[in-house]
Design a protein around this ligand. Structure first.
Ligand code: P6P
Length: 341
């Protein structure tokens, strides 16, 4: 008879990685601690996103970021929160953020570490004013050089080099989802104890139920992508029974498709000079989520080949993104090869 006083196994992020220690023989605990730093940042950001309407941090700062996007107050708060909770620990040699044109350097008074952090501090921030879900995306790379602060070129690594990646989804609950190369694991924040607890071990993407795309731009897609969209809608031998779900926050659309099965895509836009290679950024959006997708049995492509094989040429480079069930992502590559070449 189980002891009623014995709590069910409470598995935190730290305990989970320690339990997985066998997979990480080289682990010195640094990676664990970076994930823990990010989990703390997530709790701090969540404390604001759940009260955004009250905390007078709605609205715009009046600034514009490198993307040419108007910076929301919560964007700036999230960006500073991640940077301040990770820049002094001696675990990182530099950071790259969607909100900062240049690499964020480690302040001189702090030691340098052996990892690089890339992140989108508040993905979907334009939705904050409408009480829609938002998220934080992160990726952790190994340094390519020893000594001295990380220079921009050290960040231009293919996603295949990622040692860990994941996201924090600020929705009806706050979830921390990560992979360190041995499966994908989800933790849900228990506000009563202020800790992320394992709730979704070994996530594997199930059979597709959804497709997620902004059909408002359909006229501007290539013939191959238009044909793929018709295929998803069941035309001419296409897939039957998929539902369209689109929130307009990459993290939320990806998270639903990861847990329920489906594909998200944001194609290149042949008519918008701002989006000739799509809207989403390779280094700190598509790359980290592609690592998660592949670790969960899915796949991510730019329409021609794996996102994880693309070597970035600039920090804020954009890419078309097709991510989710492998059989659906393979299909869009087939239509692009047949109709767009
Ligand atoms: P659209 C949010 O602004 C974002 O960067 C992603 O989170 C989201 O998937 C996409 O843009 C939505 O873009 O053009 O459909 O509004």
């Amino acid at each position: 008879m189980a002891d009623p006083m014995d709590p069910s196994p409470i598995i935190t992020i730290e305990r989970h990685i320690l339990d997985e220690q066998a997979f990480h023989p080289q682990a010195t605990g640094t990676l664990t601690n970076i994930l823990y730093d990010l989990a703390l940042a997530g709790k701090v950001i969540a404390s604001k996103t759940t009260r955004a309407g009250l905390a007078e941090i709605l609205g715009l700062t009046g600034d514009t970021n490198i993307q040419g996007e108007r910076v929301m107050k919560l964007d700036r708060f999230a960006d500073l929160t991640v940077a301040r909770l990770t820049d002094h620990t001696g675990r990182l040699a530099g950071l790259a953020s969607e909100e900062n044109a240049e690499v964020i350097r480690i302040p001189e008074q702090y030691p340098l570490g052996k990892y690089l952090l890339v992140f989108d501090p508040l993905d979907g921030s334009s939705n904050v004013d409408f009480n829609m879900p938002v998220g934080t995306i992160f990726g952790i790379y190994p340094r390519q050089r020893d000594g001295g602060p990380a220079e921009p070129d050290e960040f231009l690594q293919p996603g295949r080099n990622l040692v860990a990646a994941g996201y924090i989804a600020y929705g009806t609950s706050t979830m921390f989802v990560y992979t360190a190369g041995h499966g994908v694991h989800g933790f849900t924040l228990d506000p009563s104890v202020g800790e992320f607890l394992l709730s979704h071990p070994n996530i594997r993407i199930p059979k597709a139920k959804y497709f997620s795309v902004n059909l408002g731009y359909q006229l501007y897609w290539t013939p191959g992508v238009q044909r793929f969209t018709e295929y998803l809608q069941g035309h001419e031998g296409g897939v039957k029974g998929l539902s369209l779900r689109y929130i307009g926050t990459l993290v939320s659309d990806f998270h639903r498709n990861l847990l329920a099965g489906g594909i998200f895509y944001y194609p290149a836009d042949t008519k918008d000079p701002k989006k000739p290679t799509g809207k989403l950024r390779l280094l700190y959006e598509a790359g980290p989520l592609a690592f998660v997708a592949e670790q969960a049995g899915g796949y991510a492509s730019d329409g021609n080949g794996p996102i994880l094989d693309i070597v970035p040429t600039s920090l804020h480079q954009r890419t078309p993104l097709y991510i989710g069930n492998k059989e659906l992502v393979d299909k869009v590559e087939e239509f692009v090869r047949a109709l767009d070449r």
